[in-house]
Write a protein of this length. Structure first.
Length: 498
């Protein structure tokens, strides 16, 4: 007997070809080894929709095969590098499926170590591309976004303290390279791999101004500096960045927004980022959300977003009262959509929306990966909004838990659970004939605010429950324990929020 496997490399693959074997090779004679960093599985998500369950499977395996010491963008070709943009858009999703606390803490120290002296963050970490390959918006912002996401997911104040100078340096670079608080220079990937039909003579390609995107992420990183400074007790820094944030947003409004609330780029990504990062005056946000929905309708209820717009698309829709539209996008099966690759037989997340085109042909092999996890960031919406398991900033790491399921899309059942540092939190909802069953598990030494989508009577163990009412939900404050609530299901009306 002889066993062979490589010691100093790894390859991602779905199919294997063996040549020159002396005899008849049987499939059971070959064992494929799944190789990834030691990250305990923590999150589970299932639903009544078969394709969504496969999508969740694809998200998980895309993460598994790309989290090997560093968060690579793909495991199967020469590009296998620690791309910062992919890592930041997926970081919150990753923290649900597995315990990536130590994984990202280690990698963020690599980010700080490779950061250029003037504050630029490389496109890839470890930086094998050179110092010139750096400072792209949405990629370099991994320095600010991932530490904050780790804080929310794990309640880790230490990671904020450890990365604080790195975060400050990146924001200072943007500030130093801005004129009148407008960051509109340098190279940016932009909304990478957005929707662009072949031979587009009708202007249907969803091109978003790269500098407008940069201004949005600039503001977001400044906001994260405010948040972090407050957590760390750096009062003067918090005040300083609060002033800077207002200037950055004022510059955005002056440069990219008309008086009537129209953005210079009319794409989904433009409105998603402007709304998600609160770039617009409150009185213009509702109409911006309407423009976003109209754009989605103009594309026959399809998304057109790329790497930077996609993670926030459904979050923005549900935030502004359009969870029904978010569900329609999630459940869309034709190109471009999350379920189109699933229908094509995908077992991981594709790099492109159309890695395999509708006619069966392929995008160029030079850049066409069938195992990139970036678009798998929709998992974050599935976990935090559909299942409804979320955090509060006043007590992160699931010390104070928010459970607010958004029911829709024709789904009849969704079940999710997460192993936190306090124990398992779970949310399971089921709708049957107008009746709603909501089963909730709250771990020890925590509290939860639970929102039940009903305007009717609620019972728990056949006993009436008193709740605060508002916006179509009944609100309960709960301690640790296991609860099973029953109520009549009342669809939540559209509530346009600023």
């Amino acid at each position: 007997m002889e066993t062979f496997h490589p010691h100093f490399t790894f390859q991602g693959f779905r199919y294997i070809k063996v040549e020159g074997f002396p005899g008849v090779l049987k499939p059971e004679n070959i064992t494929a080894v799944a190789l990834y960093s030691s990250m305990p599985a923590t999150g589970q998500w299932t639903s009544s929709h078969t394709l969504l369950n496969q999508l969740q499977h694809n998200i998980q395996w895309g993460q598994n095969s790309n989290f090997l010491d560093v968060p690579t963008d793909c495991p199967q070709r020469d590009e296998r590098l620690g791309w910062t943009g992919d890592a930041q858009v997926f970081s919150r999703t990753a923290a649900f499926n597995r315990n990536v606390h130590s994984f990202f803490v280690k990698w963020l120290q690599d980010v700080a170590a490779d950061q250029v002296q003037d504050g630029r963050v490389p496109h890839v970490v470890p930086n094998v591309l050179g110092d010139h390959s750096s400072a792209a918006t949405g990629w370099a912002d991994a320095a600010t976004i991932i530490p904050w996401n780790l804080y929310l997911a794990y309640g880790d104040t230490a990671v904020l303290g450890r990365q604080y100078e790195s975060m400050k340096a990146w924001v200072k670079y943007m500030q130093d390279n801005s004129k009148n608080d407008l960051w509109n220079k340098g190279f940016h990937f932009g909304d990478w791999l957005f929707y662009r039909p072949f031979d587009d003579n009708d202007g249907r390609s969803a091109v978003t101004d790269k500098y407008m995107i940069a201004q949005c992420f600039y503001a977001n990183s400044v906001q994260l500096m405010i948040n972090t400074a407050k957590v760390l007790g750096k009062t003067e820094d918090a005040q300083y960045y609060t002033g800077l944030l207002q200037k950055v947003k004022d510059a955005f409004v002056k440069e990219y927004l008309t008086a009537n609330g129209r953005l210079v780029s009319g794409t989904q990504t433009a409105y998603v980022l402007a709304l998600n990062f609160d770039m617009l005056p409150e009185n213009l946000r509702a109409q911006a959300a309407e423009r976003l929905v109209q754009n989605i309708r103009d594309y026959n209820t399809h998304l057109t977003t790329g790497f930077l717009g996609t993670p926030y698309l459904c979050h923005v829709l549900s935030r502004f009262g359009y969870a029904d539209v978010a569900y329609q996008l999630l459940l869309q099966e034709s190109y471009p959509s999350w379920l189109y690759p699933v229908k094509k037989g995908a077992t991981t997340i594709w790099e492109r929306w159309n890695g395999i085109r509708p006619d069966g042909s392929f995008e160029p092999a030079s850049m066409n990966s069938f195992n990139h996890y970036a678009y798998g960031a929709i998992g974050d919406w599935m976990y935090r909004v559909v299942a409804g398991i979320d955090t509060y900033e006043d007590a992160p790491g699931y010390k104070h838990i928010k459970i607010q399921p958004h029911i829709g899309g024709g789904l009849t059942e969704v079940s999710a659970s997460l192993e936190t540092y306090y124990g398992k939190v779970a949310s399971h909802w089921k709708v049957d004939g107008g009746k709603l069953l909501l089963e909730v598990t709250i771990p020890a030494n925590t509290k939860a605010t639970v929102f039940i989508p009903t305007t009717g009577e609620i019972t728990e163990n056949n006993k009436p429950v008193t709740a605060t009412r508002g916006n179509g939900y009944a609100q309960l404050e709960l301690g640790s324990g296991h609860y099973v609530f029953s109520a009549l299901y009342s669809p939540v009306a559209v509530v346009k929020k600023p």
